[in-house]
Write a protein that binds this ligand. Structure first.
Ligand SMILES: [Fe+2]
Ligand SMILES: [Fe+2]
Ligand SMILES: [Fe+2]
Length: 426
């Protein structure tokens, strides 16, 4: 198995695309803000490394917003307080060592300049880059892609009116200078604005351990949108990796399996959390929405060329051996071993985990159900056999992973220090 090293930049694109796919109204909000922030940073002549930090932070800035409704609201109007989604984004990304600076930038991306008061918050120094994203965010949200050049006069008026109030004066001047260059605005109005940036944005290369670490953060973004499945992905990832080991996959492949597990439901970001949160009784419309999620997992992971294998292991987890799964209707040998393992890990985790509205199945019922799914051609019989033979070991792995995830989820919701901070902010 060839080792995989990927450009952080490619991975970021895939995450921000996932977040922007949530609603067509968001129409590439992250891309636009990242594009404009980068151009502003260039105009302001800030050093290279900080220019990239502001770009990366902008590409992810609203990721901490968990509901679609909230996402639409924060784009449509200027929040009059330090928004919780900015703190949530900070909490998520500070866990990933490459993003220490970026997490801090995300934390204050809605802080008004307020005649210089925005240089600090609660005694903490606020990075200048926060104010770049703040202005880029507000301006991007105003852009009408069909009339962008005609709009420039209004945009100039808007930033001038808020100079020194909402926005840092030098950044306003930089925006005014950029407003003279039509191509910037035509880029912004294009479908994929960041494609028009220099190709050589030098983000670091990630090895498999870095990829695991970033994927586990992404898994939290997927899971924390729903209180019902807030620890599902963590369970699937660890179960899949353990099952892969028992099925004879190499230690490196088991690490890849962990990544695939963390990313298997990435496409769920595209689905309204109210549907995911429904305990049972989905109607036809809701089922049709759910059935799209693995398609999006596939398309999003497709953006990282080195993820070819991981993409299949992740995105085929609702395919069935008999070809009756979705969305590709692959069957038999068309499904690689990793995909079969993932399918079993997903079902096993889903049926055995406790959810707020029901207790998970215990050994006997779980085994009965898994066996029936082998009989009807849904799951791979060999993998289910391995699972049953090692049931208690694998179940222990799942439980431990999910206990850890619950601690993370609770910390995410009620982190003490942060909570006192956001209380003050609100
Ligand atoms: Fe925001
Ligand atoms: Fe935003
Ligand atoms: Fe799924």
């Amino acid at each position: 198995m060839k080792e995989i090293n990927i450009k952080l930049y490619d991975f970021l694109n895939c995450i921000s695309d996932a977040v922007d796919l949530v609603s067509p109204i968001l129409s590439n909000h992250h891309q636009k803000v990242a594009y404009l922030s980068y151009r502003l940073a260039e105009q302001l002549n800030i050093p290279e490394d900080r220019k990239f930090s502001v770009f990366i932070a902008a590409l992810l800035h609203d990721v901490g917003s968990l509901s679609i409704q909230e996402r639409l609201e924060i784009i449509e109007r200027e929040p009059d307080y330090i928004n919780i989604h900015a703190f949530n984004g900070y909490r998520l990304f500070r866990e990933f060592s490459f993003f220490e600076n970026e997490a801090k930038i995300i934390k204050y991306h809605h802080l008004p300049w307020n005649y210089g008061e925005g240089k600090t918050f609660d005694g903490e120094e606020v990075p200048f880059e926060c104010h770049i994203i703040h202005l880029a965010d507000r301006v991007s949200a105003r852009i009408d892609v069909n009339n962008v050049l005609f709009q420039l006069r209004d945009i100039r008026k808007y930033v001038q009116k808020n100079k020194d109030k909402l926005f840092e004066p030098n950044i306003v001047d930089a925006l005014l200078a950029l407003s003279q260059k039509e191509y910037i605005w035509l880029d912004l109005a294009s479908q994929f604005p960041i494609k028009n940036l220099p190709k050589d944005i030098p983000t670091p290369m990630l090895n498999i351990d870095d990829i695991i670490s970033l994927s586990s953060v992404i898994a939290q973004i997927v899971d924390f949108r729903s209180k019902f499945t807030a620890r599902h992905t963590a369970g699937v990832a660890q179960t899949a990796s353990k099952l892969a080991e028992l099925a004879g996959m190499t230690p490196y492949e088991c690490k890849m399996m962990l990544v695939a597990g963390y990313l298997h439901d990435l496409g769920k970001l595209v689905i309204d959390p109210n549907i995911i949160d429904k305990p049972n009784g989905l109607n036809e419309f809701e089922v049709s929405k759910i059935r799209s999620h693995t398609y999006y997992t596939y398309q999003l992971l497709n953006r990282v060329p080195q993820f070819d294998e991981i993409k299949k292991w992740a995105a085929y987890h609702h395919e069935k051996i008999n070809g009756n799964g979705y969305p590709f209707h692959l069957k038999g040998d068309e499904l690689p071993l990793g995909s079969r393992v993932m399918a079993v890990a997903d079902v096993f985790t889903a049926i055995t985990e406790d959810r707020p509205y029901r207790v998970g199945m215990r050994y006997e019922n779980a085994v009965k159900l898994l066996m029936s799914m082998v009989d009807d051609g849904s799951l791979d019989g060999d993998i289910v056999k391995i699972l049953i033979e090692n049931y208690h070991d694998i179940n222990k792995v799942r439980i431990e992973a999910q206990e850890k995830a619950v601690v993370q989820y609770n910390r995410f919701l009620t982190g003490k220090k942060e909570q006192s901070l956001h209380k003050q902010a609100i």
